[in-house]
Write a protein that binds this ligand. Structure first.
Ligand code: HEM
Ligand code: NAG
Ligand code: NAG
Ligand code: NAG
Ligand code: NAG
Length: 512
């Protein structure tokens, strides 16, 4: 007889679920919601959402994940569809109203960042990139002042690093192929570590065979970049696995974490030992991050975790922007020559390159924004619903009705596809054409948000734009020719489809 309590429990659970479902349907109906189109699931594997996981190695090699989503949206003639990945329903949408709704400060508490805190927390603790609520707010408040215009205006501190890039290119004598992607990856790592820690990882010097002034042990410094690059994809995988991440224990994970912590801790300890006068002097007018930050907090963990967070968020994204811009310039000689002429007349020398003058060079800004449109460094935005919510668009056969997003459901917004919508970006959206910006609103219009929007938008937007502008100006001042040596223009470019975009085959050019 003692199964009766269980039976009662089961029946009450079913009734509870039925009521909940009824209330949910009523809520949806009241708000005029309609079902979004479903991505066809012809096979059993696709019904369970396992196809993507099983084919992940093949897809990774193909490097055309963004293109596939774009084609899916085109062939279904839809802006929104429902799909299933790893047993879970997802909504994919390219309606700008939906992203604006998800990211707006009014709805901030309705959405969360899913498994990111748990997946990235093992490296980044409760820092800006990997936390929510109070911890996130504290970090954001602490870090924001550093990214204000006044602090990032000192662009001449980039010159030694750009000089090394120029030297490396000159070493090829215009004869051998150089992979600009690797060079830009080193540049952003070197400059970011300098800006954040006051001392650079100096990988460009290493490439040049120049002597490096050692303060930290050689081993820790040279291992840092390796540990950083090795760990990042593993953390992404953890986020993707969600509840199942505990099953995933790749080798070297803890080692990579320890190396990164040791590297940053060294500088943090150094800063924490300084008096406030020493900090003032060392922060170079507030432009060196750690020394400025150490005036506001003495917590070594907060300092270390936030510094790692910023490197993670700012490094591949910015080098991606530079890489894709130079890829386009090398494949489009007319655009390269036009930009070169404009740069040489606007910026005849070093002194003419200032924060203000780069802001006023329209064609340069068009080229940069066109790169962010066609090749967004962060190709997807995503949020998870913290409660049952309504998104304004995407339901019904014409996608014009609101849709219901259930608590716990993730919404993915593929920028790569939405940036190719002719409705917002004009005709021939697949083509790289900086001139289209002459006809677009100055901020790119309601569908342009490569740095996201709302309270959690990118903190480093201005810094990234100034870095990309400066290096472009300096390279086009110096070099006359840029020639693409990668695959032919008709073949698709293979890209890594992880959190940030990268060319799988590199950005191979000859520059002289
Ligand atoms: C072209 C370059 C860049 C692009 C396209 C970019 C894009 C983005 C995007 C889309 C987000 C929102 C991510 C999300 O929550 O889903 C973000 C966040 C962030 N970015 Fe950037 N970013 C770039 C460069 C930088 C740089 C140079 C820095 C700093 C040095 C930086 C620091 C951050 C930080 C700290 C966040 C987290 C903000 C928060 O959660 O409150 N980013 N970025
Ligand atoms: C981002 O989108 C691409 C295709 O657009 C997809 O292959 C990739 O898995 C997505 N990344 C994440 C983290 O969802
Ligand atoms: C950055 O790019 C490198 C390859 O150059 C890769 O190994 C690393 O995992 C990437 N990091 C992030 C955070 O995506
Ligand atoms: C695609 O959808 C739009 C509106 O949702 C409609 O106007 C158009 O006729 C459709 N095109 C095709 C080929 O079905
Ligand atoms: C480029 O895009 C940014 C938004 O990411 C915007 O603030 C800026 O005004 C745009 N520049 C031009 C010239 O359209």
């Amino acid at each position: 007889m003692n199964y009766i309590p269980y039976l009662i429990l089961l029946i009450s659970y079913i009734i509870y679920k039925l009521i909940q479902n009824y209330q949910l349907q009523k809520f949806a109906k009241k708000n005029g919601c309609k079902q979004p189109i479903k991505l066809p699931t012809p096979t059993i594997l696709s019904k369970l959402g396992l196809e993507m996981i099983i084919n992940s190695k093949k897809n990774e090699k193909e490097g055309l994940g963004n293109e596939k989503i774009y084609q899916g949206l085109q062939s279904l003639n839809t802006s929104t569809f429902e799909t299933i990945i790893f047993f879970k329903k997802f909504i994919m949408t390219i309606e700008p109203e939906n992203l604006r709704c998800m990211m707006s400060s009014a709805n901030f508490n309705d959405w969360n960042i899913g498994f990111r805190p748990k997946a990235f927390g093992i490296l980044l603790g409760n820092s800006i990139f990997s936390s929510e609520g109070g911890h996130w707010k504290d970090s954001r408040t602490l870090l924001r002042p550093f990214f204000a215009k006044d602090h990032i205006k000192h662009i001449t501190n980039m010159e030694p690093f750009v000089d090394r890039v120029i030297k490396l290119i000159k070493k090829t004598n215009g004869k051998t192929i150089i992979n600009l992607q690797d060079i830009f990856q080193d540049f952003t790592m070197d400059y970011t570590t300098y800006l954040l820690l006051g001392e650079s990882s100096d990988s460009l010097k290493e490439r040049l065979g120049e002597p490096i002034k050692e303060t930290i042990s050689e081993k820790t410094r040279s291992q840092f970049t390796w540990a950083f690059d090795t760990l990042a994809p593993k953390l992404m995988m953890r986020a993707l696995l969600g509840h199942f991440m505990f099953l995933y224990n790749p080798t070297n994970m803890q080692k990579c974490i320890d190396i990164q912590h040791e590297f940053v801790d060294y500088y943090v300890q150094k800063a924490l030992k300084m008096s406030s006068e020493e900090l003032d002097k060392k922060s170079e007018g507030g432009t060196l991050f750690l020394y400025e930050l150490a005036k506001h907090t003495k917590d070594p963990i907060v300092l270390r975790d936030n510094i790692l967070s910023i490197i993670l968020a700012g490094r591949n994204t910015t080098s991606g922007l530079m890489t894709f811009l130079f890829m386009e310039l090398s494949r489009n000689p007319d655009i390269f020559n036009k930009l070169k002429e404009i740069i040489r007349s606007t910026f005849p020398d070093l002194q003419s390159i200032t924060y203000e003058s780069t802001q006023n060079c329209d064609y340069l800004r068009w080229c940069i924004n066109e790169t962010l449109r066609v090749h967004p460094s962060v190709p997807n935005e995503s949020k998870t619903a913290s409660k049952n919510v309504i998104l304004p668009k995407g339901g019904g056969p014409d996608n014009q009705s609101p849709i219901l997003i259930k608590k716990g459901q993730q919404v993915l917004y593929p920028l790569w596809s939405s940036n190719r919508n002719p409705k917002y970006f004009g005709p021939e959206p697949l083509i790289f054409k900086p001139e289209r910006w002459a006809h677009l609103p100055r901020n790119g219009g309601i569908a342009f948000f490569p740095f996201s929007i709302g309270p959690r938008a990118c903190l480093g937007q201005q810094l990234a734009l100034i870095e990309a502008s400066y290096i472009t100006i300096r390279l086009l001042q110096t070099f006359n020719n840029l020639e693409w040596c990668g695959n032919s223009k008709d073949e698709p470019l293979r890209k890594s489809v992880s959190a940030t975009m990268r060319l799988l085959d590199g950005c191979n050019v000859i520059m002289s």
